[in-house]
Design a protein around this ligand. Structure first.
Ligand code: CO
Length: 213
């Protein structure tokens, strides 16, 4: 059997399993979605958001890209973020990185990877900001792991710097921002950082909203 056919067969089994559990499993979600979480993760095939968090369809709004980056000029992630914050009104945004991330590993080298260079450049920027801490670590693997963690923390802070996120904080006291890291060896997620609604990023990133002055 060709490998892709297995996916279609599995889909049929999935449908049957869910219908056995609940006859209206699919129908009840047709008209709308009410996820409480936005998950921003790495595209890596080993960290499927729903699987590692035991979530069902309808629970997570998901965006994944190489090295789980929140880039202010990326219309793709900005659209996902704005829809999640202003329309779906999620209460939690989770950035989940992972140890052993190929994107982060490549960013640590001088390797020319073409189109991905400018994307991974964002990770090199994280390295530069934390150069002193990272270069004080002698063990290469420990330094790599630490950059994975620092990258997550930086990406979470990027979300706190977005105007519509600050507006939702001010008007609705949500969402809470979380930075997590997934361990491929154990399957466990570790919490790295949490930013509560109303926190104050650096002054230069704070917006003032006319309707609230
Ligand atoms: Co990765």
């Amino acid at each position: 059997m060709e490998s892709y056919k297995r996916l279609l067969l599995n889909n049929k089994a999935f449908v049957q399993e869910k219908l056995n559990f609940r006859e209206d499993y699919f129908e009840r979600m047709v008209d709308e979605q009410h996820p409480d979480f936005l998950w921003i993760g790495c595209s890596d095939s080993r960290i499927p958001a729903e699987v590692v968090t035991g979530s069902e369809p309808g629970e997570l709004f998901v965006h994944r890209n190489v090295a789980n980056l929140v880039v202010h000029t990326d219309f793709n992630i900005l659209s996902v973020l704005q829809y999640a914050v202003t329309v779906l009104k999620v209460h939690h945004i989770i950035v989940c990185g992972h140890y052993g991330c190929g994107g982060i590993k490549t960013a640590l080298t001088r390797k020319d990877v073409g189109l991905i260079n400018p994307w991974l450049r964002q990770v090199k920027d994280v390295y530069r900001v934390h150069e002193a801490e990272l270069e004080a670590i002698n063990d290469e693997k420990t330094r790599f792991d630490r950059l994975v963690e620092l990258n997550v923390v930086e990406q979470v802070s990027h979300i706190a710097e977005i105007s519509f996120v600050q507006k939702a904080w001010q008007n609705e006291r949500r969402p809470t921002l979380h930075g997590w890291v997934y361990d491929l060896h154990t399957g466990l997620i570790k919490e790295l950082t949490k930013i509560d609604p109303g926190s104050h990023p650096d002054d230069i990133y704070m917006y003032q909203f006319e309707d609230n002055v």
